[in-house]
Design a protein around this ligand. Structure first.
Ligand code: ZN
Length: 124
């Protein structure tokens, strides 16, 4: 892309991701330092679309088909960080698993449980 920023490709994106993470020594999480999307996952521009960093790592390491939009990349219970992209902390699940995962998030609780949840904050 002459004149513009170099586009990430499937060949070079992993080294770029690795240059933009910090590793948490306690959890071994790979914490993404770049853009974070509204759902809490790291994002990166791939060509004309923004792709989730977790999804890219799953495609590269967990054999996720890059065109399969029915499967989701989820975090194992050992991983407390949504913006972590350590492939060892990720697994591939269905939309149903994703919903169960999402329900654990703060956004969901605030939206659906509102003050009931806020009252009990910190003592789930
Ligand atoms: Zn992690």
């Amino acid at each position: 892309m002459p004149g513009g920023r170099p586009a990430h490709t499937w060949e070079n994106v992993e080294s770029f991701i690795k240059s933009r993470i910090t590793i948490d020594p306690t959890t071994n999480c790979w914490l993404w330092q770049g853009e974070i999307g509204p759902s809490g996952y790291g994002r990166i521009r791939m060509g004309y679309v923004k792709e989730s960093v977790n999804r890219i790592m799953a495609i590269l390491h967990l054999k996720l088909d890059k065109y399969d939009r029915d499967l989701f990349v989820l975090h194992k219970p050992i991983c407390p960080n949504k913006h972590c992209c350590n492939p060892e902390h990720l697994y591939i699940g269905t939309g149903k698993d994703n919903w169960a995962d999402f329900k654990k998030t703060k956004q969901w609780k605030v939206k659906h449980l509102g003050s009931r949840w806020k009252k009990g904050f910190g003592e789930e």
